[in-house]
Ligand binder design. Structure first.
Ligand SMILES: Nc1ncnc2c1ncn2[C@@H]1O[C@H](COP(=O)(O)OP(=O)(O)OP(=O)(O)O)[C@@H](O)[C@H]1O
Length: 289
């Protein structure tokens, strides 16, 4: 079930057409990554979803409530974290307690926000987005400026919440920043969605290799080719492309029965940026046909 759908949304600022017929869906409990270079219109889409900007055409339909962290959260430095959350939740102490515990903010929530690190402030922003039990949470570049530790904490938190059924739309200008947590990716370029697919699909199309180091790489390559397994010898070993139908047992048996000693085995997956490029190249080839 889709909790939120964006259909054919276009928007111009003056003469500049920023969004051109943008469409994508956010399924319930999914983490969707909105990826694209700076200035491509990610924040504009988010603001349209939230009703801050009005689209020139197109629709946004939502089956639930939406919470958001757009740009820096409004933070009053001389209040404590708890005082602020109380303010945003209309003094619902029980609600604030649940969120503070859930987000592991207990240690510092009663300190004044002026003493918070960037990561703590970012968490405060997310906590305020979560306070009123939204079905979808929109986060604009939430990893911005976070160190690897806070980055990981935030990722774990988002994944935990998604497991409970909360959906997320998260923007970033780099796919690799979000790839470990998102289920779906929406790639924007020049104001258009150029790719919208599941991460599973993206991983599946990414080339996969087995890398073998043996006591005789030349003989290893020849043996595999003779047995109709495509293999290429490189300077450091033998590279074997893997597909879902690859039979690893057969491959190793082949080498062992030929008394080729396997010294090391590695497994490589094409990185995600490359998978995106492969997929886009395949799609444009399909269109040309
Ligand atoms: N209120 C506005 N008035 C005029 N132009 C705007 C307005 N808001 C955004 N823009 C323009 O729309 C384009 C897209 O901006 P937007 O902030 O949506 O991009 P973004 O993908 O979020 O970029 P970034 O990653 O840098 O935040 C930019 O050229 C920006 O200057």
């Amino acid at each position: 079930m889709n909790i939120l759908s964006v259909r054919d949304v276009s928007k111009r600022f003056g003469k500049r057409q920023v969004l051109k017929s943008v469409s994508f869906d956010i399924p319930k409990g999914a983490i969707v990554g909105l990826i694209g270079p700076n200035g491509v219109g990610k924040s504009t889409i988010m603001k349209i979803i939230l009703g801050i900007y009005k689209a020139d055409s197109g629709t946004v339909s939502s089956k639930g409530t939406v919470g958001a962290l757009i740009e820096s959260p409004a933070i009053y430095p001389f209040l404590t974290g708890r005082q602020q959350l109380m303010l945003y939740s209309h003094q619902n102490a029980a609600n604030v307690n649940v969120i503070v515990k859930e987000m592991a903010m207990t240690k510092y929530i009663d300190k004044r926000v002026v003493h918070y690190s960037l990561g703590m402030k970012q968490k405060m922003g997310i906590a305020s987005a979560l306070l009123n039990h939204p079905d979808v949470v929109i986060l604009d570049e939430p990893m911005n400026g976070l160190d690897p530790m806070s980055n990981r904490e935030l990722r774990d938190l988002i994944m935990r919440l998604a497991e409970k059924g909360i959906s997320f739309l998260i923007s970033s200008h780099i796919l690799s920043e979000l790839e470990k947590m998102i289920d779906q990716v929406v790639l924007l370029d020049k104001g258009q969605v150029i790719l919208a697919t599941s991460m599973k699909h993206l991983h599946a199309i990414g080339a996969n290799y087995l890398f073998l180091k043996t006591d005789d790489d030349t003989r290893c390559t020849r043996t595999l080719i003779k047995d109709k397994i495509s293999a290429t010898k490189s300077q450091n070993g033998v590279q074997v492309p893997l597909s879902q139908s690859s039979n690893l047992n057969q491959l190793f048996n082949d080498l062992l029965s030929n008394k080729i000693k396997i010294e090391d085995v590695g497994h490589f997956q094409e990185n995600l940026e490359d998978s995106v490029l492969t997929m886009m190249a395949n799609e444009s080839r399909g269109k040309d046909r």
